[in-house]
Design a protein around this ligand. Structure first.
Ligand SMILES: NC(=O)c1ccc[n+]([C@@H]2O[C@H](COP(=O)([O-])OP(=O)(O)OC[C@H]3O[C@@H](n4cnc5c(N)ncnc54)[C@H](OP(=O)(O)O)[C@@H]3O)[C@@H](O)[C@H]2O)c1
Length: 343
């Protein structure tokens, strides 16, 4: 292919040759399989297609994706309602969680090299594809103790939990946190991170996920379909809310003075905060290589573990999106992009 491109480039002296050279060189662009949306909408707009591989800029690396996680953020992005906030544009390849192997690195990349096993969160998605470009700030070394499939379940959920509990709440030993949705993508990491930091954890989930809350280490597990959480959780230091609406509205009353309510889906009500002398934060996760490295250390120390409930082939991204939209995923769903060398 390389030779034919050069030959037609010589023929480029003629108009016809010029046209040929362009056609032949364009055909040489490396291709990849990807899940692509050409319009915003529901899961049905996703197509499994052959598209050009992304070309890394000087400050980027090209990663061969082995597995990619699924998040509620994927259907949100796909809806187009938050295109400005997410910085997305069409055509769109979803996928904020990746684990894979660095294929090549741009000249300004210093910490990544071909062959490195990495996991991370590309800011603008693109992970539901055989290749994705990342910057050094978006990935870290994959936890050695995890397969690529397990590692792909971690980035966005674990970073959200980490940035809320550690960076914002500075949760520590002797404190109590109420974690709503402790069985979900963010909550399952939050319960484990809180326990790893020595905090007491009260977590909520529906009936079928009570076993998971206990397995994750929650000290108290509440079935929110049967028990109002405020009957059990009182005077807590922090609340993590991935649900919003009524759950958030009822959460202010269980926080002790000086404590904090952190929501992933809404801005805590300033009037409620002021009235009760508590703090509030609307969490907005961001990629962070140092946080990912800290999380990898905790994973390799056996303190936290991604809960992978289901693994689907990349071609079944529509089913994955439909599950992500339910807001009742147990742990994480992962898309298999290539054979996982770690099983
Ligand atoms: N702001 C940010 O930066 C950020 C980052 C990540 C995620 N998010 C958002 O946070 C939300 C959660 O994300 P996720 O990945 O954890 O979602 P997920 O995997 O779908 O988990 C949702 C969790 O919420 C629980 N749940 C559902 N309805 C509930 C209710 N009425 N009361 C208590 N718990 C309830 C579910 O438990 P059951 O299945 O047992 O009902 C499950 O544990 C999503 O809306 C996502 O878009 C925001």
């Amino acid at each position: 292919m390389q030779i034919s491109c050069r030959i037609v480039a010589i023929l480029g002296l003629t108009t016809l040759g010029y046209l040929f050279s362009h056609t032949a060189c364009a055909a040489e662009k490396p291709m990849m399989k990807a899940v692509v949306a050409h319009e915003y909408g529901g899961p049905e707009v996703l197509k499994f297609e052959e598209v050009s591989q992304p070309e890394p800029k000087e400050n980027e690396a090209l990663v061969r994706v082995i597995a990619s996680g699924v998040n509620p953020a994927d259907p949100l992005t796909l809806s187009g309602k938050y295109a400005r906030e997410f910085g997305t544009h069409l055509p769109l390849i979803p996928g904020y969680d990746i684990a894979g192997i660095v294929e090549k690195a741009g000249v300004k990349v210093t910490k990544l090299k071909a062959g490195d096993a990495v996991y991370g969160y590309p800011t603008f998605g693109g992970g539901w594809a055989e290749y994705v470009t990342v910057t050094e700030g978006e990935v870290a070394a994959k936890p050695a103790s995890l397969s690529f499939t397990e590692a792909a379940a971690a980035p966005m959920g674990a970073l959200t939990a980490w940035q809320a509990l550690v960076d914002v709440a500075q949760l520590g030993a002797g404190q109590t946190i109420l974690i709503h949705g402790g069985s979900g993508g963010v909550g399952s990491f939050a319960v484990q991170i809180a326990k790893a930091r020595g905090a007491r954890v009260i977590a909520t989930a529906s009936t079928t996920n009570q076993d998971l809350l206990k397995q994750l280490g929650a000290d108290v597990a509440i079935d929110y379909t049967k028990t109002r959480f405020e009957e059990i959780a009182k005077d807590v230091d922090a609340v993590l809310d991935p649900v919003g609406k009524e759950t958030l509205a009822r959460s202010y009353g269980v926080v002790k003075k000086g404590g904090i309510v952190m929501s992933l889906v809404a801005r805590p009500d300033p009037a409620e905060l002021e009235k009760r002398g508590i703090r509030g934060a609307a969490i907005s996760v961001h990629p962070d290589a140092e946080d990912l490295a800290e999380i990898a250390r905790l994973i390799d120390a056996g303190k936290i573990k991604p809960i992978v409930t289901q693994v689907l082939p990349l071609s079944e991204a529509i089913a994955a999106q439909q599950q992500a939209e339910t807001h009742h995923t147990r742990g994480k769903l992962v898309l298999r992009v290539a054979d996982d060398p770690k099983g």
